[in-house]
Design a protein around this ligand. Structure first.
Ligand code: NAP
Length: 171
């Protein structure tokens, strides 16, 4: 039984993330999807709560008819990088391999003795959380950049107006 871990902020969960998850889940028996920076919400960098991000991912993967077992688990940041891997381990099921391109994440798991694998890139110019957040506040086309599940959650929670409100400067 090979269980993998992939961690991202997923602000929001977009088609690039979906592409990556569909690829890496093929390499393992079970996949843990960690929602990083889980304590943050209602800022331009991190507009959506951990619960909302869980919904986006769960709905999007359901539409893809993924049959393999996966777990979606929120992981709040901690103020100490040298303890972070132990913190992650305390929150998620045991895992054998970590998928990440983030140099800090790779380094921390490597020092803890884990096997690390790189993840594929998928048109990073447009499939980017920052680009999607920017398009939402500027009323530009963004719907096609996210899976249907993410679009439905953003509409359900009035996410467009949330993003527009939190970037207002005059308060
Ligand atoms: P991230 O902050 O979510 O992403 C960093 C950048 O990499 C973003 O521009 C992101 O784009 C991009 N990216 C994400 N997946 C990618 C992919 N498959 N290919 C190319 N680029 C990709 O960081 P992360 O590595 O995805 O998530 C790491 C999480 O671990 C963060 O929440 C971080 O706070 C947490 N962490 C915490 C500690 C601590 O608490 N001490 C230590 C280490 C890490 P998108 O915006 O489009 O996703």
């Amino acid at each position: 039984m090979l269980r993998g871990l992939i961690i991202g902020r997923f602000q929001p969960f977009h088609k690039g993330h979906l592409f990556v998850i569909k690829k890496v889940i093929e390499e393992v028996d079970e996949l843990i999807i960690g929602i990083g920076s889980a304590q943050f919400s209602h800022s331009f960098e991190n507009p959506f709560t951990a619960g909302e991000r869980i919904l986006m991912i769960a709905k999007s993967l359901k539409y893809e008819n993924i049959t393999k077992q996966y777990y979606i688990i929120p992981i709040p940041d901690i103020n100490n990088n040298s303890l972070w891997v132990s913190h992650v381990k305390s929150l998620v099921p045991p895992f054998d391999v970590v998928f990440s391109n983030n140099p800090l994440v790779r380094r921390l798991f490597k020092e803890a003795g884990y096997k690390i694998k790189s993840v594929p890139l998928y048109n990073r110019k447009i499939y980017s959380g920052k680009e999607i957040r920017k398009r939402i506040v500027n009323d530009e086309e963004w719907k096609d950049l996210v899976p249907k599940g993410t679009y439905e959650v953003i509409m359900e929670i009035d996410g467009i107006n949330r993003l527009k409100d939190i970037i207002k400067k005059d308060y």
